[in-house]
Design a protein around this ligand. Structure first.
Ligand code: HEM
Length: 458
């Protein structure tokens, strides 16, 4: 065994490292450019900090072997520990609260549990369309990411914690969203040695944001504890009941707070991005839009006020493929990190010591040549069942891998297909032909300044 030859950017400066032409505000898009140039494994080094980024399906498959590898907290994720502590997303796998939280909350995320969130999801989608309908004269121009974020925050607030952020009654985004976006951007800069240099004057803002997020979460929990009504069956109740009943998986007050903030953030930001990218591609591909609308009309009928039943969501197979393909091109949680549990050899020839880690660069994996000659092209038919069956495994990882994969996957998929279906059923959408996709990075990916013009369908 030996070592893989891991290429690095050509223009590497002494001491500083790979800083030419990169920006701490766009680490993912910079890395995507490097991957296109340097191939499916490469190294980035800045001021002595080293990252190895991979997008090779064979390496990704091996890193998914739970007996040899586990989740590593990449620097940007570790930087969130001050906010989310040992909550599910930021916990080290060996921390007891990870397994407790996982056991406690897993039953709320099975496929069958999704039925219980359905009515709430339909209600919130209805609030979005009411919000839009009020603005039609007879067309309306809407900022997609802002409104998708309102919708997804409202959905996780109500479905998970029976708490409303009154998202659609506000002109500006809820301050929770602004504080969260700044906090996520802060963590991203913390992970970059160059980014850290720019943080000094933002520290007090960050402290204020962290305090504010904790305050919102405490208010969510307090409003439940103070309520005299029978507790609703939701995520918070699962945790509070475990506390009352001395369940072996109960977690303490602080850990509950960490889970609430984890779910409020993880439960909306990435889904909002996924919906926004899907609407971006729909606005660019009229033939895809038309086919999707035809599908929704066929499954839901042409009564525009139709309230979709639970079973009528998963039947939108083409809409689901649009979402899958959007998450292929722009997986909104764009990387995950894996570390060796003990000394091991990768691909039979690359030694890794215990604790050595690599980042899976998901958008690059999703553009690997196994996807065909034109991987940047948006084509939902890549997800036709026969094509999925004949593709190698481990080339599509928008929800991560193994026991630390996304717990909210089914939740996100049900919500996103339902919302896309609702929007396509009710409106024709058109994008500005001059818009060029701009992707903002704040740990997650989000299209920015992207508007669509809506018209009611007959
Ligand atoms: C973990 C993606 C929606 C809750 C993850 C991971 C990815 C991911 C890649 C693994 C991260 C890692 O290995 O470090 C996404 C995407 C979503 C989405 C792309 C939407 C399209 C959701 C939703 C929820 C959620 C709706 C909750 C309702 C979580 C939690 C974890 C997680 C709690 C940590 C799980 C653990 O480590 O035990 N997600 N997610 N996510 N996600 Fe999601």
């Amino acid at each position: 065994t030996g070592q893989l030859d891991i290429p690095h950017p050509r223009r590497r400066l002494p001491v500083l490292g790979d800083v030419i032409g990169v920006n701490p505000r766009t680490p993912v898009q910079d890395s995507m450019r490097y991957a296109a140039e340097l191939g499916p494994i490469f190294e980035r080094k800045v001021l002595g900090t080293r990252f190895v980024l991979v997008s090779d399906p064979d390496i990704v498959a091996e890193l998914g072997d739970e007996t040899r590898f586990r989740k590593h907290l990449a620097p940007a994720v570790a930087a969130l520990r001050g906010i989310a502590g040992d909550g599910l997303f930021t916990a080290y796998s060996e921390e007891p609260n990870w397994r407790r939280g996982h056991e406690l909350l897993m039953p709320a995320f099975t496929k069958s549990a999704m039925r219980s969130y359905h009515e709430t999801m339909v209600d919130v989608a209805g609030e979005l369309t009411q919000h839009w309908d009020r603005r039609l004269e007879p067309t309306a121009r809407v900022d997609v990411s802002t409104d998708m974020t309102k919708l997804t925050l409202e959905t996780i607030g109500r479905a998970g914690f029976s708490y409303s952020f009154d998202s659609f009654e506000r002109d500006r985004p809820h301050p929770f969203v602004e504080a969260m976006v700044r906090a996520l951007s802060h963590a991203q800069l913390m992970a970059s040695p160059i980014g850290r240099l720019t943080l000094g004057r933002r520290r007090s803002q960050h402290e204020a944001d962290v305090a504010y997020l904790a305050e919102v979460v405490d208010e969510v929990i307090r409003s439940r504890r103070d309520s005299s009504e029978a507790p609703p069956e939701d995520l918070l109740e699962l945790m509070l009941r475990a506390e009352r009943e001395n369940d072996p998986n109960r977690i303490d007050e602080l850990a509950i707070r960490h889970q609430v903030i984890t779910f409020l953030v993880a439960g909306h930001e990435t889904t909002s991005g996924a919906l926004s990218f899907a609407l971006y591609y729909l606005s660019r591909h009229p033939e895809v839009l038309a086919e999707a609308q035809a599908e929704v009309d066929a499954v839901w009928g042409t009564e525009r006020d139709h309230r979709p039943a639970y079973e009528q969501v998963a039947k939108l197979r083409y809409v689901r493929r649009i979402l899958d393909e959007s998450l292929r091109l722009w997986p909104t949680a764009p990387a995950y990190a894996r570390e060796a549990r003990r000394d091991t050899t990768l691909l039979g020839r690359h030694r890794m010591s215990e604790g050595d880690w690599m980042l899976v660069l998901i958008p690059a994996l999703h553009r690997n040549p196994v996807w065909g000659p034109d991987p940047d092209r948006f084509d939902p038919d890549r997800f036709l069942p026969e094509r999925v069956r004949t593709r190698p495994a481990h080339v599509y990882k928008p929800f991560g891998t193994g026991e630390r994969a996304c717990i909210g996957r089914q939740f996100a998929l049900h919500e996103a297909v339902l919302v896309l279906g609702t929007v396509l059923h009710r409106y024709d959408i058109a994008g500005d032909p001059d818009y060029r996709l701009r992707v903002q990075e704040r740990l997650t990916l989000m299209p920015t300044r992207f508007d669509v013009t809506l018209t009611r369908r007959p």
